[in-house]
Write a protein of this length. Sequence first.
Length: 414
Amino acid sequence: MYIADLHIHSRFSRATSRDCDLPHLDWWSRRKGIGLVGTGDFTHPAWRAELRERLVPAGEGVYVLREGFRLPGAPAGESPRFVVTGEISSIYKRDGKTRRVHNLILLPSLEAADALSARLEAVGNIRSDGRPILGLDSRDLLEMTLEACPEAELIPAHIWTPHFSMFGAFTGFERVEECFGDLAPYIHAVETGLSSDPPMNWRVPALDGLTLVSNSDAHSPAKLGREANLLETERTYPALVRAIRTGEGFGGTIEFFPEEGKYHLDGHRNCGVCLTPQETLAQGGVCPVCGKRLTVGVEHRVEALAGRPAGFRPPDAKPFESLAPLPEVIAASTGFSPAGKKTAALYEALLEALGPEFHILRETPIADIAQAAGPLAAEGVRRLRRGQVELRAGFDGAYGAVTLLSPQEREALG
């Protein structure tokens, strides 16, 4: 089994780290334990030029970083594979409403990326942003993609995000068929996004028969794998797409706790107002502080489209694991800052002693973690694996937070 993160961005996308280049993506994939990673941003000409220069074929439809571009000190082991991917932001009118939908596209080769990019450039500007904004209906984008490359796979991205997604509360649709029309049968999977998890999506009949995938949407290499997919296939493009389309070899997903996502509940960040769906309805959908329309979060939108009660599980549902990134686990266990030097030092010590991050979070014996990083981090990982977490929900663009040990528990263990 290997871990795949298919939705990421390069440094050519807005609001991304300058380290979103191939050497750093390779380096961080190794540190995380990710076996297959998307390139992101295939539409951007300068990024495609780097992909051609720095990647070499390593199997059908996948690539590895050329040896000479690997960063010094990169972890040893098998090279992560890269698969050609990109995200398109479509803004268009449909049924009297302005629709804003993001879609993830997977392609079998850089040549296919060249062909599709040439078609998209005839529609709009693909040079100013790695995630281009095009006035192209999602249905027409899918048609254009399949005409350019019949082997391509289009996956609606982070489908519940309020402002930019297929089912988003502000501009979204209620069924896949509404978004993609006669081409809806070519949609085989949806990306659930950071603010929802499989049990939330299982409640929605409109998603029946679709594979639920999860990806990081990383804007910096350190965020790789915060959500990801588990696959029991060869690391080739045909095997990957077959798993997505049929579920065979698709082993499930690694998830954020949905409360950590920055659009889980309703609210107004600037007003400090965070509300449950029931509280929003009681307020008439307006902010009690400023009187303006509240940002309706993912839980509320799922509730609106759900046809089944909470706790429903389809008989063919894939398994999933809820995890938090290791630096967050360290911080939530020790009380250190997630971005602080003490957390970074413990993180590096764990990777140096025990190997990749996902191995530590999922498999390493707790006693080994205690030996490498102390009892607090070890107890935090133990509780994470058991789901013994305290969560503060995110809303209106503000991430939630995870707590694993209270100050009193840290003092007793420390």
